[in-house]
Design a protein around this ligand. Structure first.
Ligand code: RFL
Ligand code: PHB
Length: 385
């Protein structure tokens, strides 16, 4: 087999890249380790920046998102029961959209016309500095695809980044001493907008997927086991971390999904090795507190698609040569914001009384300063390129 581009991974990054390339007439095969149903069953992100919304439109996959997605003009931050709304619309005339990653993935899968090979096992990347090719096994048969470029969109644990010699990559990492226990429930959201809550028992987030489906998270220690959390225990803990009026209004029910996600900040540099380009979670991880992971993955592949199209159609290398530096500038700003939101809103084992006063002062400053609110709003809704 031959293809101009081989994309590893059919998450949002791989599917979006494949779609943008096919619309420009560039041939791309996607290789995905899991089944399509498995990919669609993963419950992850829920908030789309305006750049991601525009990209779904460019991919001609935005119709259902506009019909069903919920436009949010602000978020609420709460600190030990005191609340502050950040009004995106009034501060910077921008908004975000609540629309699940699961739906984004489904819409991109549906729009795609090119080849996506699911349950592709033992994917291996070869001759990255020369004439690249990829081998894999499907239904017990080993296959080979020769290509001009490979896009590693296979997430944090994928094979693409691991195929780069260690001496050619520099990595930067911070692992947080806690994770998020998330619950999905078919009950109306407790509030119209998202609530990010700091409490001395730990962080909590009230999010949503629709007017009838809610997503809630509480901070838990890294080694916590999901089996230790009955639905009742989860709801009791969440209520304790919310302000009394919100706790009172919370509509609970039987969870339809419950899982723990670890929190990590990670960046690999550079994002190009020969003919291989890394994008999305394969290249970087942010803690979910800033709602940036999916959006960063999308902004990476928007730049990468343009660069590959420029190379394949106009025979210019300018875009692919600039790719790594261009996206890293944005990635580091999103890393900073996600780290800042995480630091403000979580309890850390070593925070101590001084650290808690600093967190409180940060919240009070935010509450009293339109400049600080504007900064949060700009970062949360997505910085310009
Ligand atoms: P994905 O989604 O991990 O997809 C990678 C795909 O590659 C496949 N794969 C392989 N395929 C072939 N061969 C191999 N060897 C392979 N190894 C892996 C995998 O099966 C998979 O299908 O990466 P991608 O496309 O870069 O997308 C990134 C996003 O999924 C991620 O950043 C977000 O989910 C992060 N995130 C959030 N981001 C936001 O922008 N807003 C949010 O509100 C938000 N909330 C979240 C989140 C992530 C969370 N978790 C579970 C980590 C909330 C949570 C709880
Ligand atoms: C979610 O709805 O899953 C979600 C929303 C906002 C975040 C993280 C996760 O910051």
């Amino acid at each position: 087999m031959r293809s101009q581009v081989v994309i590893i991974g059919a998450g949002p990054a791989g599917l979006m890249l494949g779609r943008l390339l096919e619309l420009a007439g560039v041939d791309a095969v996607i290789l995905e380790r899991k089944s399509a149903d498995y990919v669609l069953g993963r419950i992850r992100a829920g908030v789309l920046e305006q750049g991601t919304i525009a990209l779904m439109d460019r991919a001609q996959a935005g119709q259902r998102m506009h019909a069903e997605g919920l436009v949010h003009q602000g978020v609420e931050l709460s600190f030990d029961g005191d609340s502050q709304r950040i009004d995106f619309a009034a501060l910077i005339d921008r908004h975000v959209m609540v629309y699940g990653q699961t739906e984004v993935t489904a819409d991109l899968m549906k729009a795609r016309q090119g080849r996506t090979l699911y349950e592709a096992e033992d994917v291996e990347l070869h001759d990255l500095a020369g004439k690249p090719f990829v081998t894999f096994r499907q239904n017990g048969v080993t296959q080979r695809i020769d290509c001009d470029f490979i896009a590693g969109c296979d997430g944090f644990h994928g094979v693409a980044r691991q195929s780069v010699p260690a001496s050619a990559l520099t990595t930067f990492e911070r692992v947080y001493p806690f994770g998020w226990l998330g619950v999905l429930v078919d009950q109306p959201p407790v509030a119209d907008e998202l609530i990010y809550a700091h409490h001395e028992r730990g962080f909590a987030l009230c999010s949503q997927r629709s007017h009838t489906r809610s997503r809630y998270y509480v901070q838990v220690p890294t080694d916590e086991k999901v089996e230790n959390w009955s639905d009742d225990r989860f709801w009791d803990e969440l209520r304790l971390r919310l302000n009394p009026a919100t706790a009172e209004a919370l509509k609970t029910g039987v969870s339809i999904e419950k899982s723990i996600a670890p929190l990590r900040s990670f960046v690999a540099e550079p994002l190009r090795f020969g003919k291989l380009f890394l994008a999305g979670d394969a290249a970087h991880i942010v803690p979910p507190t800033g709602a940036k992971g999916l959006n960063l993955a999308m902004s990476d592949v928007a730049v990468l698609a343009d660069a590959l199209i420029e190379h394949c159609v106009e025979k210019s290398s300018a875009g692919i040569d600039a790719y790594s530096a261009k996206v890293l500038a944005r990635i580091w700003k999103a890393e900073r914001f996600s780290w800042w939101m995480t630091s403000l809103l979580h309890t850390f084992p070593d925070t101590g009384s001084f650290g808690r006063r600093i967190q409180r002062a940060e919240f009070d400053y935010l509450s009293g300063s339109l400049a600080a609110q504007q900064s949060l709003a700009e970062n949360y809704t997505g910085l310009p390129d």
